[in-house]
Ligand binder design. Structure first.
Ligand SMILES: Nc1nc2c(ncn2[C@@H]2O[C@H](COP(=O)(O)OP(=O)(O)O)[C@@H](O)[C@H]2O)c(=O)[nH]1
Ligand SMILES: Nc1ncnc2c1ncn2[C@@H]1O[C@H](COP(=O)(O)OP(=O)(O)O)[C@@H](O)[C@H]1O
Length: 196
């Protein structure tokens, strides 16, 4: 892996449906912050594209990559590869990644202060199921996901990330955008002071 000095990763984490993908897309479209594309054995949802949303893998191809971390989430494998991290850093010094809370903890441990953690939450978790349904997820997948132990775990900020993560309650998208704008400007100011 190349020299990581000056480079930072915004680690976006939280339960399914809290808006992690939406936030990463906002950071990309408004601030040119590319997302590290991760690998999964989960089947593609309608509209998802290989190499854009994920690198979609089979049980045979998944182990062939070199992972900084990998997890099982609701019965599928997910992993962030060194190759994916390098490809994102070729595009920018500030990149993002969307991870479950277990992966977020590993990233925070492995990358130290180069990992800046953003934990998303909502006021009432009952709305998450509706968000997944309106996103177009199949009912069976939604139910399986909501019943998984990983879903329940990711509703809470892990103790290890308390005090380390910036928490954004994503109920009102306009308020979330304002919180993200403030978060990115603070990061950029820090980055400039490191570089000067
Ligand atoms: N640890 C880890 N988690 C990942 C990785 N890629 C995706 N995830 C997380 O896996 C979980 C399931 O992702 P996905 O199936 O896309 O469902 P979604 O969160 O409902 O959009 C989410 O919490 C993702 O943030 C990875 O490479 N490592
Ligand atoms: N603040 C919000 N209010 C209402 N719907 C939202 C909000 N943020 C995201 N969504 C919608 O909720 C669904 C789940 O968001 P998504 O970003 O895919 O979540 P995650 O990646 O955490 O699973 C999507 O359809 C998205 O457009």
């Amino acid at each position: 892996m190349e020299d990581l000095s000056m480079k930072r990763v915004i680690v976006i984490t939280g339960a399914t449906g809290t808006g992690k993908t939406t936030v990463s897309q906002y950071l990309n479209s408004h601030y040119d912050i590319p997302r590290i594309i991760t690998h999964t054995t989960r089947p593609k949802r309608p509209g998802e594209v290989d190499g854009v949303d994920y690198y979609f893998e089979t049980a045979e191809s998944f182990p062939k990559n070199h992972y900084l971390e990998d997890v099982m989430y609701a019965s599928y494998q997910y992993g962030s590869s060194y190759e994916g991290l390098d490809r994102a850093f070729e595009k920018a010094d500030l990149v993002s990644i969307v991870l479950d809370t277990k992966g977020a903890q590993t990233y925070a441990e492995q990358l130290g202060e180069k990992a800046v953690v953003l934990f998303l939450t909502v006021g009432k978790s009952d709305i998450l199921k509706d968000r997944l349904t309106s996103r177009g997820d199949e009912t069976e997948m939604v139910n399986h996901r909501i019943r998984s132990k990983e879903y329940k775990r990711d509703l809470e900020l892990p103790v290890a990330l308390t005090g380390r993560a910036t928490v954004i309650q994503n109920d009102d998208w306009l308020k979330t955008q304002r919180a993200l704008d403030a978060f990115v400007s603070a990061l950029r100011i820090q980055q400039q002071s490191v570089e000067s």
